[in-house]
Every structure is written in structure tokens, then in C-alpha cells.
Design a protein around this ligand. Structure first.
Ligand code: F6P
Length: 363
């Protein structure tokens, strides 16, 4: 790649996260400062299957006012894997590989490369299209904070703030009614949101996927609180948490897609049944993905956006920008997608929580 004027694409894939727009804004501004052209690819990789309708040139006008906006101005999808597109053939659902069309359209558009903003799924696809010959720079995004090789992802801080705010609000109503409140938060395979919001929000029990739990320990903790005169309890449970020896709880959505969910409801029912204490279940769900990004997320996203274009300029494609405090660095995409980043069960924050008397359901 030469250092001349370039035409780059930018795309957002997977579930949205607060501060996606801040990345787009920073990447566009940085590219424009080099005299480059930037094209927004709409709705994840799907946009490259039908570029006539799904590509738009991005300039100052298009990024005006988006720094503080939730969502993504480019749209996104978590079903757009071009290597396995779902298609109904004679009434039966099948998967077709449309990656060659992506390559063809990329060449037709005369792009020099694409900045792909996404989580583990999207970045795995990005790495495959990089291997096919499309220069790619990845930007790590997920509210779950479970991407490797970066100390944190943008979106996580906002999601934790939303969950902590919910716990603060639930405290007063739980106390007034002497109830147990079970709050289910997002976190498919990693319990970062539950752990951080649970500790910051003064939870009594935190259940995360990394620590299989037993209801007898949860119940003992709650009974102990009531016996000591604190007649309410807050339980935070990650959607991906599972009882020891059991499976994660899932629900089939109206479109046939299977999603995690139901663990909070189950835990609440078990607590009420065993303790006789009135128990309510709250699922925070997509509230954690929406709204204005926090200052931390805006700043990180802005640094990621600018750094992604800088990496491109320096010819470091096939890389992902990452936070290695205090620096933003480039790491090989292939490395970043190898494994997800789980909560280390011996980490300081887990230890601190245990010392504060928070129960993880394992003892
Ligand atoms: O990966 C982020 C995430 O928010 C997960 O925590 C959650 O399981 C999933 O997205 C929900 O996705 P959808 O928007 O498809 O329901």
C-alpha cells in the first residue's frame, strides 16, 4: 500500500454498543485530515453484498453531532456472516458462502481497505476477509468486554454505569418492601458487567459464567442477611451464568434465533421457593446497549477510531487497535480472536468482592 490518497470503507457489525458513533466520527475526521475518502458500509458485511444501495460517502456533514449518540449511523446486524448467509431454499433453511461477492464488490468499489468495528464474531469474519486479500483494520467493540488483547473495549463502561444505576434504584424499593431483587445483566460468556456493576452497586450475590454456582450457597447468604436485620437483598446474575453441572439458560426468539435468557427468572423462583421471601426478577437486557456513551467510552472510542486510520496509513493491516494503558497499540487480528477474555477468578476484583462478603454461589 502506498501512502497516497486512499479510499477506505468503514463498517459496524454485531450487536451495537455505546460509542460506536464516536469511533466512526474519529476515523472519518482522521482520514479526511489525510485527504482520504471514506465510505460507510451499511448494516455490517451485508452492505458489501449490495453496495449500490448500502454504501454512502462520509464527510463532515454525515458525522455532525454523532459523538454523543448511541447506536451506529451505519446500522448493524449480528446475522450477516458472508461465509454462512442464511437462505431459504425450497422451504428449507440453508447456508451459502457469499464471501467471493464481497471480494468482487470490494474491488469494484476501488476501496483500499476497510475498518471493521466489531466483537469476536465480526472480527473473526474480518480476519477471514483479510486472509482473502482485503486489507482490514479491526476496532474492538463489545459491552461484554470479553475481547482478548485489549485491556478493555468501548461500550463496557457505559453498560456498567447503566447496570450500576439500576442497582442503585432497586436498593431503595427492595429495602422498602423487604424483598429480594434479582437483576439479570448481559454477559454471554464473561461476567464482567455483572462483576463490575455488582461490586460498584453493592450487590450481595454476583453470579457469573466463570464461577458455576449452587443455590444452597446463594440461599444461605440471603437468609444470613435477613437474620442479621438487613431485610432485603440484591442479586446480580449474568445472562450466561449457569448452576454447577447445569447448562446456560436460553430462549428461542420469534425469528427462531436462540438467545441467552431466563437465568434471572429461575434464580428468583428458587430463592422465593426456598426462603419464602418475596423475590422479583428484572432483566436489564438491551437497555445496557443503548444511550449516551460515558466520557470514558467516548474518549476510548475516539482514540480507537483515530488509531485505526493511523494503522492503515502505516500499512499495518490485519491488525486490531487495542488499549494497552496508557497507549493504543496494534495487535494481530488473528491473535485477538483466538480466545475470549474471561474474568480471572483469582483477580483482585473477585478477591475484593469476596472480602466484602459478596457471595459468588460457590461457597
Ligand atoms: O455481545 C453483546 C450482547 O449484548 C450479549 O451480551 C447478548 O447475549 C447479545 O449481545 C444479545 O444480542 P441480540 O441483540 O441479538 O439479542
Amino acid at each position: 500500500m502506498s501512502n497516497d490518497k486512499k479510499r477506505i470503507g468503514i463498517s459496524t457489525g454485531g450487536g451495537d454498543a455505546p460509542a460506536l458513533n464516536a469511533v466512526i466520527r474519529a476515523a472519518v475526521r482522521t482520514a479526511l485530515s489525510y485527504g482520504w475518502e471514506v465510505y460507510g458500509i451499511l448494516n455490517g458485511f451485508e452492505g458489501l453484498l449490495d453496495p449500490k444501495r448500502h454504501i454512502k460517502k462520509l464527510g463532515e456533514e454525515e458525522i455532525k453531532g454523532i459523538l454523543v449518540m448511541g447506536g451506529t449511523i451505519l446500522g448493524t446486524t449480528n446475522r450477516g456472516n458472508p461465509f454462512a448467509m442464511k437462505k431459504i431454499v425450497r422451504g428449507k433453511e440453508t447456508e451459502v458462502d457469499r464471501s467471493q461477492l464481497i471480494l468482487k464488490n470490494f474491488k469494484k468499489l476501488k476501496l483500499d481497505g476497510i475498518i471493521v468495528i466489531g466483537g469476536d464474531g465480526t472480527l473473526s469474519i474480518a480476519n477471514r476477509i483479510f486472509e482473502m486479500g482485503i486489507p482490514v483494520v479491526g476496532v474492538p467493540k463489545t459491552i461484554d468486554n470479553d475481547l482478548s488483547c485489549t485491556s478493555t473495549t468501548f461500550g463496557f463502561d457505559t453498560a456498567v454505569s447503566t447496570a450500576t444505576d439500576a442497582l442503585d434504584r432497586l436498593h431503595s424499593t427492595a429495602e422498602s418492601h423487604r424483598r429480594v431483587m434479582v437483576v439479570e445483566v448481559m454477559g454471554r460468556n464473561a461476567g464482567w458487567i455483572a462483576l463490575h456493576s455488582g461490586v460498584a452497586g453493592g450487590a450481595d450475590v454476583i453470579l457469573i459464567p466463570e464461577i458455576p454456582f449452587e443455590m444452597k450457597h446463594v440461599v444461605r447468604k440471603i437468609q444470613g442477611r435477613y437474620a442479621s436485620g438487613r431485610e432485603f437483598a440484591i442479586v446480580v446474575v449474568a445472562e450466561g451464568a449457569a448452576p454447577k453441572g447445569g447448562l446456560q439458560f436460553t430462549k428461542v426468539k420469534s425469528d427462531g434465533e436462540v438467545r441467552l435468557g431466563g437465568i434471572g427468572e429461575w434464580v428468583a423462583r428458587e430463592i422465593e421457593k426456598t426462603t419464602g421471601r418475596e423475590t422479583r426478577n428484572i432483566v436489564l437486557g438491551h437497555l445496557q446497549r443503548g444511550g449516551r456513551p460515558t466520557t470514558f467510552d467516548r474518549l476510548l472510542a475516539t482514540r480507537f477510531g483515530a488509531a485505526s486510520v493511523r494503522l492503515f496509513k502505516a500499512g499495518f493491516v490485519g491488525q486490531m487497535v487495542a488499549l494497552d494503558p496508557p497507549d493504543i497499540v496494534g495487535v494481530p487480528l488473528a491473535e485477538a480472536i483466538k480466545r475470549i477474555k474471561l474474568v480471572p477468578t483469582t483477580s483482585d476484583i473477585v478477591l475484593t468482592a469476596r472480602e466484602l462478603g459478596i457471595c459468588f454461589g460457590d461457597q
